[in-house]
Design a protein around this ligand. Structure first.
Ligand SMILES: [Zn+2]
Length: 430
C-alpha cells in the first residue's frame, strides 16, 4: 500500500515536471528498491515464538471468540491445516487472507473442508493474523454442536501468552521490577485457572477480564518482553497441609485503598488463604480521583432493578426494599450485604458482587470500601477508597515499592507473605 502510494506520487511528479531526468528516475527507483527491501525486513521482523518447539514448555489455550460465523486467517510464513477429528490436511503458501466459514455443516478453510474441528499451524515465526489481528502459536477452530457457530481458541506456550497479557494488565512504561512482579502473578494466576478448570472444557482461559486481558502481538513491547523472559517459569506457590506446594489464585487489583483483603472475604475462596497486609504505598502513586473517589448515588428502585437483573434468583424477594451491610473487612471494606425484600424475605450477597451488580464496569463504584448513607429513596456510597477488589497484589503499591528500589521478589513476598517463589521449568533462556 505504501509502495503503491509512492508510485502514484511519482507519476504525478512526472506529470508536473516533464523535464525529470533519467538520473532522477534512477534515484527514485533506487528508493523504491530500498523501500521494498526494508518493508521485507519489517515483515520478517517478528522474532520466533518462544518455547513453541520445546517439548518441556507448558501450553495454554485462550478462548478468543466463542461464536463466530466466519473469519479470515493470514500468515506471512504460510501455514498447515490439520483436521482434529480426522486425517485431512492442507497447506497454504500465500499472504492472502484465507476465509474460514461454515459450509454444509462442516468447517471450510479456503476450498478445503475439515469436519467439525481443525488446527492451523503457521510456520516459523509461528505468527498468524486472525481477522487482521496478529497472534502467536496455533489456532484451533471448533464447530458448535448445532453447527451454527465457531469456537476460536489460540493455543501457545505460556511465556508467549504472557507477552500478550502483562502489558494489558499493567502499564508497559512502569518500573521493570513492577513488571516482573506482574509477570509472576499473571503466570501463576493463569496456571491456577488452567489446572482448576482446563480439564472440563476445550480452553483454559478467556482473553478478557474474566481471566486476564490478552491481545496477542499487539500487546507486546520490549519492556514487557524483558519482564516476562527474565522471570520465565517462575510462579508463586503455597504449601498445603500435606506438604504439597501448589499454585494458588494470585489475584491482583489496581489499588487496595490502604490495606489488602483476604480472598475468602471477597470471593469466598477456600484456597489461596494469603494474609492481608497493610499497604501505605498505593496512596502515593495512584491517581487521586481513583484513590479517593467521588460519592456515587443510586435510588433504591435502581439498586433493586440492577441486583435482580444480575441475579434473577433474587426475584423471589419480589422487589428489594432495603439492604444492610452485615460484614466488613479491613478498612471497613463491605464484604457481605443483607437484602430485604418487599415480601419481608431476606437474602445475602458478597460485597464485591453487590458492588459489581450496581456498576458492572467498576468505574464509578470503584471498590467495596465505602460508607452507606440513606435518605428517603436515595442511597449515597461515600468515603470511597481504592480501585478494584483489593485482594492480593496491589498494582499501584507495587509500582511505588519498585520506585523505592525493591526487587520483584521482595514485592511478591510483601503482598503474598505465605507464598514461595519457585521455578516450574528452566527451558527458556532470554
Ligand atoms: Zn495498596
Amino acid at each position: 500500500m505504501v509502495l503503491f502510494a509512492y508510485v502514484k506520487r511519482m507519476h504525478s511528479l512526472r506529470q508536473a515536471n516533464d523535464r525529470l531526468t533519467k538520473s532522477s528516475f534512477g534515484v527514485l527507483w533506487a528508493c523504491v528498491v530500498l523501500m521494498l527491501f526494508f518493508s521485507g525486513c519489517r515483515r520478517r521482523s517478528y522474532d520466533t515464538t518462544i518455547g513453541i518447539e520445546d517439548p518441556r514448555q507448558t501450553w495454554i489455550r485462550v478462548l478468543l471468540f466463542d461464536n463466530l460465523t466466519e473469519c479470515t486467517v493470514t500468515s506471512m510464513s504460510g501455514f498447515a491445516v490439520t483436521e482434529l477429528a480426522g486425517s485431512r490436511k492442507a497447506q497454504f503458501h500465500t499472504e492472502e487472507p484465507i476465509p474460514v466459514r461454515i459450509h454444509k455443516g462442516q468447517l471450510a478453510c479456503g476450498e478445503h473442508e475439515f469436519g467439525s474441528a481443525l488446527e492451523i499451524q503457521p510456520y516459523d515465526p509461528f505468527v498468524f493474523d486472525l481477522n487482521g489481528e496478529p497472534y502467536r502459536g496455533y489456532l484451533r477452530l471448533r464447530l458448535s454442536e448445532d453447527a451454527t457457530g465457531i469456537e476460536v481458541v489460540n493455543a501457545l506456550p505460556i511465556e508467549a501468552y504472557l507477552l500478550g497479557v502483562v502489558g494489558m494488565e499493567m502499564y508497559s512504561y512502569w518500573e521493570p521490577e513492577a513488571l516482573k512482579a506482574q509477570s509472576v502473578v499473571s503466570r501463576t494466576y493463569s496456571l491456577y485457572i488452567k489446572n482448576r478448570f482446563g480439564d472440563q472444557r476445550s480452553w483454559d482461559v478467556t482473553a478478557t477480564e474474566a481471566s486476564q486481558v490478552y491481545r496477542g502481538l499487539k500487546a507486546e513491547s520490549s519492556t514487557i518482553r524483558q519482564a516476562v523472559l527474565s522471570t520465565a517459569g517462575q510462579v508463586l506457590t503455597e504449601t498445603r497441609p500435606d506438604g504439597r506446594q501448589v499454585v494458588f489464585p494470585t489475584y491482583f487489583s489496581s489499588s487496595c485503598g490502604g490495606h489488602t483483603e483476604e480472598a475468602g472475604h471477597v470471593f469466598g475462596d477456600t484456597t489461596g488463604a494469603q494474609a492481608a497486609v497493610e499497604c501505605s504505598y498505593c496512596a502515593k502513586t495512584a491517581r487521586r480521583k481513583d484513590f479517593y473517589w467521588q460519592p456515587v448515588r443510586y435510588s433504591m428502585e435502581e439498586i433493586s432493578r440492577k441486583l435482580i437483573q444480575r441475579y434473577p434468583s433474587l426475584e423471589k424477594l419480589e422487589q428489594i426494599r432495603d439492604f444492610e451491610v452485615i460484614e466488613t473487612g479491613y478498612l471497613s471494606r463491605v464484604t457481605r450485604v443483607q437484602l430485604r425484600g418487599k415480601n419481608e424475605r431476606f437474602e445475602t450477597l458478597r460485597g464485591e458482587d453487590f458492588r459489581l451488580s450496581l456498576d458492572p464496569t467498576g468505574r464509578r463504584l470503584k471498590s467495596a470500601v465505602f460508607t452507606v448513607q440513606k435518605s428517603g429513596d436515595n442511597v449515597v456510597f461515600g468515603n470511597g477508597r481504592g480501585f478494584g477488589h483489593g485482594v492480593g497484589l496491589c498494582q499501584y503499591g507495587t509500582q511505588e515499592l519498585a520506585r523505592q528500589g525493591n526487587e520483584y521478589r521482595r514485592i511478591l513476598d510483601f503482598y503474598f507473605p505465605d507464598s514461595g517463589l519457585v521455578s516450574i521449568q528452566t527451558s527458556i533462556n532470554p
